[in-house]
Ligand binder design. Structure first.
Ligand SMILES: Cc1cc2nc3c(=O)[nH]c(=O)nc-3n(C[C@H](O)[C@H](O)[C@H](O)COP(=O)(O)OP(=O)(O)OC[C@H]3O[C@@H](n4cnc5c(N)ncnc54)[C@H](O)[C@@H]3O)c2cc1C
Length: 269
């Protein structure tokens, strides 16, 4: 696909969001959908980062933080979104159609960056709900497979249908010309669902708390010796997991000071 030469700025400021065109929309459940937009040539980001996106509402930009779900090499942008009933942005965004305009901020940022982690054997990504979005980007990035012998994505939702985006994405990677071979060899996806029958029905914290369970699911116990961890979920899940990882001796990292675990909120509230 061809990248448009120059983004169209909204308003006069050079920091104003650009206007991108929605290319496709897919609804997964009543609460979840994904969409693709054009990507301006000037928009650079690292896989795992988030950016402000939104719509013009009553003549003003209404923007929210969104993880970019597509990898940094992709020439279009993908986002994976909740539909919050009466949510200021998502009650409008859920109606978006191909050909319509999405506002895209110019300053992607975030903590879920491969460069914020030191070298180890396994990369483990823990996500709940739409917290899978930054990892949808990272599992399509060849660097994840170059840096780690194993890449493990643990995704928990309440209902089976909410796992579909991740399950389909991981299945589609087998045929991906860029990361297909590495993903087939190194990527493991543990999907769990807490309110319906499924192969795994535990919360992530329970997988870690139950003696021997994490080892049974992934092949080895969670350890700062072998593992680097990324976390993206609700405030509560992030706090619960952080406590457990601190107890195991994991040190938090950043790009300036790489470490063993990085954490980001999937939403506020
Ligand atoms: C760093 C960061 C990255 C984010 N990335 C994404 C993303 O990739 N996809 C996405 O859908 N949202 C993401 N969000 C949340 C997003 O910014 C908005 O909150 C969301 O789009 C709802 O917007 P709204 O205006 O409709 O409602 P808001 O007024 O923003 O939210 C209303 C309430 O809905 C709940 N809520 C908001 N977002 C979610 C969510 N994702 N899952 C469950 N409950 C939620 C919260 O209780 C919140 O208080 C992210 C937030 C942060 C801080």
């Amino acid at each position: 696909m061809t990248i448009p030469a120059e983004p169209a700025p909204v308003g006069k400021s050079s920091n104003a969001p650009t206007e991108e065109t929605v290319l496709s929309v897919r609804h997964f459940t009543e609460r979840l959908f994904a969409f693709r937009t054009t990507r301006p040539a000037s928009f650079r980001f690292r896989s795992g980062e988030f950016v402000m996106i939104g719509l013009m509402v009553d003549g003003k930009p209404l923007l929210r933080a969104y993880s970019v779900a597509s990898p940094s090499w992709d020439d279009t942008l993908e986002f994976y979104s909740i539909k919050v009933p009466d949510g200021p942005l998502t009650s409008r965004l859920e109606k978006i159609q191909p050909g319509e305009t999405l506002l895209l901020g110019r300053k992607p940022t975030g903590t879920l960056i491969l460069d914020a982690l030191t070298q180890a054997k396994r990369l483990i990504m823990f996500a709940t709900g739409t917290g899978i979005a930054p990892f949808a980007s990272l599992i399509r990035d060849p660097e994840a497979y170059q840096r780690f012998d194993e890449v493990i994505l643990v995704h928990t939702c309440r209902f089976k249908a909410e796992l579909a985006y991740g399950l389909e994405l991981v299945a589609s990677l087998q045929a991906d010309p860029l990361v297909g071979e590495a993903a087939s060899e190194k990527l493991k996806h543990i999907a769990s669902c807490t309110r319906e029958d499924f192969a795994v029905t535990q919360r992530i914290t329970a997988m870690i708390d139950e003696a021997g369970r994490f080892e049974a699911l992934t092949g080895a116990a969670l350890s700062p010796e072998t593992d680097r961890v990324m976390i993206c979920g609700s405030l509560e899940m992030n706090a619960d997991l952080r406590l457990r990882l601190e107890a195991l001796g994991f040190q938090e990292g950043s790009v300036a000071n790489p470490g063993q675990v990085v954490v980001e909120k999937a939403f506020v509230g």
